[in-house]
Design a binder for this molecule. Structure first.
Ligand SMILES: [Zn+2]
Length: 432
């Protein structure tokens, strides 16, 4: 057989169920799928392939899965920092959205975000925003894998001036993108339990359920959120969402910072999953999600960056480093969040959190070929005792040399092959 791509001469960190690490590994890819994973044999010629990627002794690993983004918001990178969430949202982000957000700018911001992510090793993301049709067009153009949720909120929003139309607008978007391209799955993203009514949440979830879509929602992000939900419904956000039957295995709870023990039990029983965004939670001083307890309860926790506006980059390598260190310092326990757990959150558990664990998240035969190569021949990555430790604590997004998505090479020698990044950056700078 002639393969489409063979990747060789690197240490494969598979993130398979046995967490196998294969030195001098070879991965063979055909028709977008991983056909074989194994050790190279000295003196034996490589399998025949249309394209061969020599990892030059670096790390070969699954592409990272960013479970929470608002792609177009890269246009607001650094627009307002060092403020509480509600001041940041109401005085800066919502006005900036009214001024800047239109279909063309959403497409441009999404292209910028995807370019940043693909060049820093993220091959799949789970997004939610307005004008998501334009985000989907950008994601398709650039060749990234994604779950893309149309935003639903009971306030006038970009592209949906009348909140009464929010669900029908989302349905129209979903119908357009269902089954349209193998890399994109549409989804519905309700902003939060405090910006969506009971009826909106129930209707949006019902639509998502009937079409088999992921349902996403920011929940229990800040201490502030607790009070209005408590006074309106006399229960926590999670208990409320559970009571109105929004929680199940196709619901992704974003943030889940302010949880009590009952909330954790409800999430575990429902099968709902979590997008954990440590840098955004730190920057907005929202708090620390009880990730250790969530994992102990058997809940799937995927890692995410949140938008560029609250992070302010989409580098999942620095996000892994932050996740590992945040939970250590808060618990005063250096063993509470080890590198292996964190790497799983950014790969296979992230994939599981968004319902894609059968397709991506590890390097295994039969899975989609979403693979990245890290250049470890650099002073900050020498020596290498343990590649997993390197991935979490030492590698930066800028160390990603090559990226393959769905069997197609999209980054080669640090160059993005699918779009002109220079042109995208020029257009974004032109908006300011
Ligand atoms: Zn968010």
């Amino acid at each position: 057989m002639t393969y489409d791509i063979v990747i060789h001469n690197g240490t494969i960190v598979t993130v398979n169920p046995d967490f196998d690490i294969i030195e001098d590994g070879v991965v063979c890819i055909k028709d977008g799928v991983i056909q074989s994973v194994g050790k190279g044999e000295k003196g034996k010629t490589l399998p025949e392939a249309a394209d061969t990627i020599n990892a030059d002794g670096g790390i070969i690993m699954p592409g990272l899965v960013n479970t929470h983004t608002h792609l177009a918001m890269s246009l607001f990178r650094g627009v307002a920092d060092d403020l509480p969430l509600m001041t940041w949202l109401n005085d800066h982000i919502f006005p900036a959205e009214l001024k800047f957000i239109n279909p063309e700018n959403v497409r441009l911001g999404a292209l910028l975000s995807c370019a940043e992510m693909m060049l820093s090793g993220t091959t799949c993301c789970c997004d939610g925003y307005f004008f998501e049709d334009n985000t989907a067009q950008a994601v398709q153009e650039i060749g990234m894998r994604a779950i893309l949720g149309q935003g639903v909120i009971d306030l006038p929003a970009p592209g949906v001036p009348n909140p009464d139309d929010n669900i029908s607008h989302a349905v129209k978007y979903v119908e357009k993108w269902m089954g349209r391209t193998p890399l994109i799955q549409p989804s519905i993203f309700c902003h939060s339990p405090y910006t969506c009514s009971n009826a909106t949440l129930k209707n949006a979830k019902a639509v998502a359920l009937s079409l088999g879509l992921m349902f996403q929602i920011h929940a229990a992000e800040t201490k502030w959120e607790y009070e209005p939900i408590e006074s309106m419904h006399h229960e926590t956000s999670i208990a409320y969402l559970d009571r109105i039957e929004v929680l199940d295995s196709k619901t992704l709870l974003v943030h889940a910072v302010w949880l009590d023990d009952d909330d954790i039990s409800l999430i575990a029983d429902s099968g709902a999953t979590i997008a954990h965004n440590p840098e955004s939670n730190m920057k907005l001083a929202s708090g620390t999600a009880p990730v250790h307890q969530l994992l102990n309860a058997g809940i799937t926790v995927g890692l995410g960056t949140d938008s560029c506006a609250s992070n302010n980059d989409l580098d999942m390598f620095s996000e892994m480093d932050s996740m590992a260190k945040l939970h250590k310092v808060v618990s005063l326990d250096p063993a509470v969040m080890d590198a292996k757990t964190v790497l799983k959150s950014a790969t296979i558990d992230g994939a599981r959190a968004i319902g894609l664990e059968k397709e991506i998240g590890s390097i295994e035969v039969g899975k989609q070929a979403d693979i990245i190569v890290i250049n470890t021949d650099q002073p900050h990555l020498v020596p290498m005792y343990n590649p997993v430790s390197h991935i979490v604590y030492a590698v930066k997004g800028s160390d990603v040399r090559d990226a393959v998505i769905g069997g197609k090479c999209v980054v080669r020698d640090r160059e993005l092959l699918t779009v002109d990044v220079g042109e995208i950056m020029k257009k974004v700078k032109g908006l300011m």
